[in-house]
Design a protein around this ligand. Structure first.
Ligand SMILES: Nc1ncnc2c1ncn2[C@@H]1O[C@H](COP(=O)(O)OP(=O)(O)OP(=O)(O)O)[C@@H](O)[C@H]1O
Ligand SMILES: [Mg+2]
Length: 167
């Protein structure tokens, strides 16, 4: 990932002033800074929630600036949110499965008719959800509604929802 001269202004507030860095393949990179220094704003620019007022962001050589948000995961960019953004009335498993829909290839008609390919995709997504539920230590609450879970567990559900698409 290559972030090049990214600037983000909110009216008079300059939240990001010319941020540039590269993250290599398989590199693990942490971003630290005091409250209000612009970390979340940068993640929002990278994932397309905000459009940077200047500069460019590229992933695997593809410019992502201005790309619709729903295309991000197709490129391999997943994310979680500082304040969790789950579907509160849905279960742990259902929330995770939402993240899997982009890996499905079948279209609207195939889904409406529940063709075998659709069932195979659903089966694969459920198997992947099972793996992640186990990995994240959520087996005992897999069928529980997320709204009632402690914050830390909700964070894990979000991580699962991001990972299920294999970002
Ligand atoms: N939507 C917005 N409209 C106006 N100002 C904003 C907006 N989002 C962020 N800001 C401002 O941009 C600056 C950076 O905020 P940001 O939330 O990115 O910081 P942060 O590093 O994530 O902070 P924290 O450690 O508290 O999570 C702050 O001054 C904040 O008030
Ligand atoms: Mg933040």
């Amino acid at each position: 990932m290559s972030v090049d001269g990214v600037e983000m202004r909110f009216g008079g507030i300059v939240a990001l002033a010319g941020v540039s860095f590269d993250v290599g393949r398989r590199q693990i990179c942490g971003l630290i800074g005091p409250n209000g220094s612009g970390k979340t704003t940068l993640f929002n620019c990278i994932s397309g929630i905000y459009r940077a007022t200047k500069g460019g962001i590229a992933f695997n050589g593809t410019p992502v600036t201005g790309l619709p948000r729903h295309r991000m995961i197709g490129l391999g960019i997943g994310r979680t949110f500082q304040n969790v953004a789950l579907f509160r009335s849905m279960t742990v498993r259902q929330n995770m499965l939402v993240g899997a829909h982009t890996s499905g290839r079948s279209g609207f008609i195939a889904n409406a008719l529940r063709l075998p390919a659709v069932r195979a995709e659903e089966h694969a997504a459920n198997a992947r959800a099972d793996e992640l539920i186990e990995l994240l230590g959520l087996s005992h609450v897999a069928e529980d509604i997320v709204a009632g879970l402690p914050f830390g567990w909700q964070k894990r559900v979000e991580l699962g929802r991001a990972l299920i698409a294999r970002p």
